[in-house]
Ligand binder design. Structure first.
Ligand code: CTP
Length: 422
């Protein structure tokens, strides 16, 4: 399996969905907090994505959730004992074979023990034995999280040991507690964190990637707009995949209804002009820009300031449209030299020739050519059928695939271009 390949939770976890992590080894450490019940879902989702998940419960975790719950969703034994008949070297084996470790929930006590390098249970000994990336998801009372000793321990794990902190989120804590930072991230977010730990791609190290996504809405009056059926799914899949590979990602997104990506910074806009301004402001800091938005090419020239009334417009309403900016082409001057630029071309006829013309006209290095109106491809569906066209004349036709798979293929192309420009 190739680097960076991971799913959106829905695409990957659905029946017959992708199993992009087939054969990848993940250790899931569970410690004693009320959020432990959510970790069963994490184990299930990772397993459905193909990962082989070894669950280690601390004795505290067992007060909240049983090993059997995890065994039922992973189909593998869950471990609790450091000294067991399975062999004293279990912690070494689990640690060495792991490709990523997630500790969720990570309690204040676990964080303190890990920061001290303790080896008093199977989880902490496994952590000392592993060299795989470790992600921890703090979950505790907000006052405990804010305590200077906990803060120092968390910093130690991050700065000294290079562990990745995931959360905590702000939101309702256990019954009767507060709402400050202390809540464990949601299972799908933790799954993405594991994806990033498994999917790092050196070619994206230190890079910043901008993605435009979704439709734009061009107001006709305060309640109506001209727009299109784009959901934003393709752009979000690209942003999510770039983030998993280790890039810092900003998405400038119009109002689509696809579930938001986890990890990338999300900048919301409504109109093409707003999208252009946000893209222009960010492009000078970017190493790659992927223009996946379905920008409305025209906007009502004179939007009404109050709601248009049928009683006043009569049987017909004429709306004059004027051209919007071309976000990709008009911000070309803001790209710094060497920025990798990727565009899409949605065409009903003459797909390849027109896509190539867009590549040249808009200064793209790569164009994702998309036949319009084909079943299973284009707007508002989970899949896409595309041809990747590069500036050197290369063409690669991909089979009908999930938007996550298409995103991975596009990012392989971006990665090769980034590497060539280093
Ligand atoms: N694009 C853009 N701003 C626009 C129109 C398009 O940034 N106002 C970008 C799209 O994000 C895509 C590429 O340009 O990457 C091509 O978009 P497409 O809709 O296929 O083509 P258009 O340039 O709009 O041309 P036409 O509608 O004539 O096919």
């Amino acid at each position: 399996m190739s680097r960076g390949e991971t799913p959106s939770p829905e695409a990957g976890c659905g029946p017959g969905g992708r199993r992009p992590w087939a054969g990848r080894r993940v250790v899931l450490g569970v410690t004693g907090g009320i959020a432990a019940y959510k970790s069963v879902q994490v184990a299930r989702d990772l397993t459905r994505l193909g990962a082989e998940v070894d669950v280690i419960l601390t004795s505290g975790a067992e007060a909240f959730v049983r090993p059997l719950s995890f065994e039922g969703v992973t189909g593998r034994p869950a471990f609790t004992e450091l000294f067991s008949s399975d062999g004293a070297a279990m912690h070494i084996r689990l640690g060495v074979e792991a490709e990523a470790v997630l500790v969720a929930p990570a309690t204040a006590d676990f964080i303190a023990r890990a920061a001290q390098g303790r080896a008093d249970d199977l989880l902490t000994t496994t952590l000392l034995a592993t060299r795989a990336p470790v992600v921890f998801a703090p979950a505790m009372n907000d006052r405990m999280y804010a305590h200077p000793q906990t803060a120092a321990n968390v910093r130690h794990l991050e700065e000294r040991l290079g562990y990745v902190r995931a959360g905590p989120a702000v939101g309702p804590l256990a019954f009767g507690e507060g709402e400050g930072p202390g809540r464990m991230l949601e299972p799908h977010e933790l799954v993405e964190e594991v994806g990033r730990a498994l999917g790092r791609d050196d070619r994206f190290e230190g890079t910043r990637v901008l993605v435009t996504a979704g439709p734009t809405r061009e107001p006709l009056d305060p309640v109506r707009y001209v727009g299109n059926r784009s959901s934003g799914r393709m752009g979000y899949a690209l942003a999510q995949a770039a983030w998993r590979r280790g890039a810092r990602v900003v998405v400038v997104a119009g109002p689509g209804h696809a579930p938001e990506p986890y990890g990338p910074e999300l900048v919301r806009v409504e109109t093409a002009r707003e999208m252009e301004a946000e893209v222009r402001a960010r492009l000078p800091d970017c190493d790659a820009a992927i223009f996946a938005a379905a920008v409305a090419d025209y906007r009502p020239a004179a939007p009404a300031s109050s709601k248009l009334k049928r009683s006043e417009t009569g049987a017909e309403l004429e709306v004059r449209l004027e051209a919007n900016p071309d976000v990709a082409a008009d911000t070309r001057d803001a790209r710094r030299p060497g920025t990798v630029a990727v565009g899409f071309a949605l065409e009903t006829d003459d797909l390849l020739a027109r896509a190539r013309a867009k590549l040249e006209a808009k200064g793209f290095d790569l164009v994702v050519a998309n036949p319009a109106g084909e079943e299973g491809a284009g707007f508002d569906v989970e899949t896409n059928r595309v041809v990747l066209i590069d500036a050197r004349g290369g063409e690669e036709a991909l089979p009908l695939a999930s938007k996550d798979d298409v995103a991975e293929a596009v990012l392989d192309g971006v990665a090769a271009l980034l590497e060539a420009r280093r």
